[in-house]
Design a binder for this molecule. Structure first.
Ligand SMILES: Nc1ncnc2c1ncn2[C@@H]1O[C@H](COP(=O)(O)OP(=O)(O)OP(=O)(O)O)[C@@H](O)[C@H]1O
Length: 284
């Protein structure tokens, strides 16, 4: 296993900025949910968001995908302010993001129809859908409905659907949280392969430190909310491609995982001590 001397690989230093989040604040009504969020992501980077429950990771993804608007600050994608006219991203959630009444291929054809807006025939759309299903090794299940597929198969189909939209930004909210360990590892490999071979930028939420270290170029750690803030952006110091067994057995891995968990726990303890201060103050 090789530990990187430099914190960033040369191609990532040179890659253009894909996402720029500037001084973003967000709240629901009076409640602040995200505070002072600043982040730059380069093309092709694999970013993992971690942090305790309620720290605003999903909310941050909702802002990135334009489902919510910042209360203040701005988000630029490809240097353009995020508006409804920038649909060039694809989202995969834990709940598979598929329409249950459509087969795997019909789900993808639906996404393709939206993308190609009548410029491709039905036959061409089905051929394209077949290619995307083959890419995620699901060609054999094209005619299956989501209810007839395993969780791993449904998640593969959801990834194929996201890719078929042509997006170069893949946003994934705990996509493998409900899968068994072996399927989870297989899908981690698939997403790494997509990130590397197709140069997709990936923003991925997980609670699992091992998954984060296996996948990420950089881990963005959120503090407990509300409001959630970015505690630290941490470069993962292991060269890709990472060999899972070798990596997990190394001392460097254990030390890095402990460091990550310490950063998260420190945030939690600080939050707890603040609420103790409030409680004590309230008693005076
Ligand atoms: N629609 C909503 N209205 C009001 N508050 C909300 C809404 N959605 C989320 N919140 C609050 O925003 C905060 C952040 O929630 P969010 O789901 O973004 O956190 P998270 O870090 O993704 O959590 P988890 O890891 O459990 O998924 C929480 O306090 C949550 O209760």
């Amino acid at each position: 296993m090789q530990v990187l001397e430099e914190t960033k690989k040369p191609d990532q230093i040179l890659a253009p900025i894909k996402i720029e989040v500037k001084n973003v604040n967000f709240g629901y009504g009076e409640t602040e949910i995200l505070k002072d969020i600043n982040l730059q992501v380069r093309e092709g980077e694999f970013i993992v968001l971690m942090g305790p429950s309620g720290s605003g990771k999903s909310t941050f993804l909702r802002l990135l995908t334009n489902l919510e608007k910042p209360t203040s600050g701005e988000i630029l994608i490809d240097h353009l302010k995020l508006t409804k006219e920038i649909p060039d991203l694809a989202v995969v959630f834990q709940d598979y993001s598929l329409f249950p009444w459509l087969t795997a291929e019909e789900n993808i054809v639906l996404a393709l129809k939206k993308k190609w807006k009548g410029k491709k025939s039905k036959k061409e759309l089905f051929e394209l859908a077949e290619q995307y299903l083959a890419l995620v090794q699901l060609g054999h299940a094209a005619k299956k409905y989501p209810g007839e597929m395993s969780g791993g198969m449904r998640q593969r189909a959801a990834i194929a659907r996201a890719l078929s939209m042509g997006a170069d930004l893949l946003v994934m909210d705990e996509p493998f949280g409900a899968l068994d360990p072996i399927t989870r590892i297989q899908l981690q490999e698939l997403v790494l392969q997509i990130n590397q071979t197709q140069k997709k930028t990936v923003i991925f939420v997980t609670h699992d430190a091992e998954e984060a270290i296996m996948l990420a170029d950089r881990i963005v750690m959120f503090s407990p909310g509300p409001p959630g803030k970015i505690l630290e952006c941490i470069d993962v110091p292991f060269e890709k491609p990472r060999k899972r067994d070798e990596l997990f057995e190394s001392t460097e891995f254990t030390e890095f995982r402990d460091y990550l968990l310490n950063v998260m726990n420190k945030g939690i303890f600080e939050k707890l001590s603040q609420s103790e201060v409030v409680k004590d103050g309230g008693g005076i």
